[in-house]
Design a protein around this ligand. Sequence first.
Ligand code: PEP
Ligand code: MG
Length: 615
Amino acid sequence: MASSSSSRPPPRGATGLLLRGIAGSPGVAVGPALVVGDVRTTYIRRHITAVQADGEMARIKRAVDDAKASLKEVSASVPAIQETSAILDAYFVMLGDPLLLARVEKKIRQEKKCAEWAVAAASEDIVQLFLPGNPKDAYLIERRHDIEFVCDRLLRALVGEDRPTVPQLDEPTVLVARDLSPADTAGLVKEPVIALVTEVGTRTSHTAIMARALELPAVVGVADVLRQVRTGDTVIVDGLRGEIIVNPGEDAVNEALARSARHMAFARGLLVARNRPCVTRCGVPIGLKANVELPSEAMLAMDHGAEGIGLYRTEFVFIDRATLPSEEEQYEMFRAVMDVVGSKPVTLRTFDIGGDKFVSSFQLPAEMNPALGLRAVRLALSRPDVFLTQLRAMVRASAHGDLRIMIPMVASIQELREVRRLLHVAIDQVSAAGQAHATHIPLGIMVEVPSAVVLADLFAREAEFFSLGTNDLIQYSLAIDRTNRSLAPLASSFHPAILRMVQSVAAAGRVQGIPVAVCGAMASDPLSAVLLVGLGLRELSMEAAAIPEIKETIRRVTLQECEWAAEAALACDTADAVEELVAGRFAPTLYDLLTGETYTLTPTEPPPWSPEDSA
Ligand code: PEP
Ligand code: MG
């Protein structure tokens, strides 16, 4: 359903119109745009009588089956791409979600609404449930989009309009849309689409995740793009810089094509290297593990060369549902991950709910300051029934491999002791039920609250490992709300206070001989990773997609270089000074990893970095 915009776009110069968005998927592409309109399904709002209610419920049931069948068809057409299948599977489950169906039934039976109206009204209600959270929180925004997509799928099935948003294409095309459903994006594998641009979305939106899986350059969150681009316009999509140029000049097109070639060379190089050992140039091994939220991500992590799971955020099984997950359900999920990972270690973090991670099934009271409220281990200890259920599931999963348990947001030694006591209770209960478990399950803590840093020497005597959660550590020590986008530039992992904290925690771990890892986003930035190794870290855990890049970074530097950089960085007084220092020192070695482009110099070409940088 191609459409051109009715309102006139502003005039463009010879160099084209530059629009900025968010870099959703790396790569650069140039091609003609196809603008896909916002296809919301239309329906008639009809009141029904009580006797018609059963009939409307039967229509809902058929629509759920039809929508599932059509999703299955799309899923089958997407060959073995783990992320796309995982997302489509999640949608499949959401289509049968009891919370959604119960609301739809209430709208039909009590409010006497026809099936279409009931689905639309239920969708609005559920979206409202997510609103008490931070309205700008990317995770919550995406979950609201998920509900809308699933309900739209149901509506389309009800009105018999279950056709794809994207028409068949006959030439390489840049697709421009308000948003794309995962089903639409997955359907693109069969079409000659070369890049995606959407008006909404963030780096974690499904369009971005699926574009990365399909290796299509994408820029998401481009405000007003539907008004600014017309079908047929030539568009440069720069998924590295997060910008597009509409009707660019010849020079810009040539530059974009050259960057595209350099990015492809870069991506090819990483792909080839991903299974090589992760050692520094001088041979020091650094363990790279993956952070996962869903069991289905474990396979992807292994495929990217992860040496295990360094952080499994188990709270995700509590989200998007009306009831708490059972022990059996959690056990099956943990076991699924253990099965994929085999003998490699898996670190399960006990649920970190509260703060910005809103979960309806817990009925948490609204808090003035949720990041400092009833969250993570505090919440777990206040609900020992729910916590023990999770601990038993973890203990049972320990029978299937190398499992460790990690506690989030620990601020005092009593919390660690209390969790250890409950873990022993859980082990006794599992044993009493005649169920298998490992003879020893290491219990460690996330170091992400400043008090845990200050007391790291004491914690190191009782915890069996540490993992630095730099996302929260930065939030709490620099007093910067991690969901506040306008303050994001201040929340720098190069801040000297953060570097000193990392150094002191690594030292405390060394003294007691316990492993210390980093699982915050700091670990997935090449320059920060170099500093972390220099500060004494030997294990980093990150999103699977970042592993090949960080592995390559580590393979190019020596331990001595990392230690020199860390020492010089510790002597700096500002985050900017640290960043300038490490960028200057490592830009020549890591240029392609920092820009996403492989650069081969021609004899007449000056290097893109300053020669003094490498001094
Ligand atoms: C962190 O805080 O750095 C972390 C890894 O945990 P989360 O992002 O889940 O709070
Ligand atoms: Mg955290």
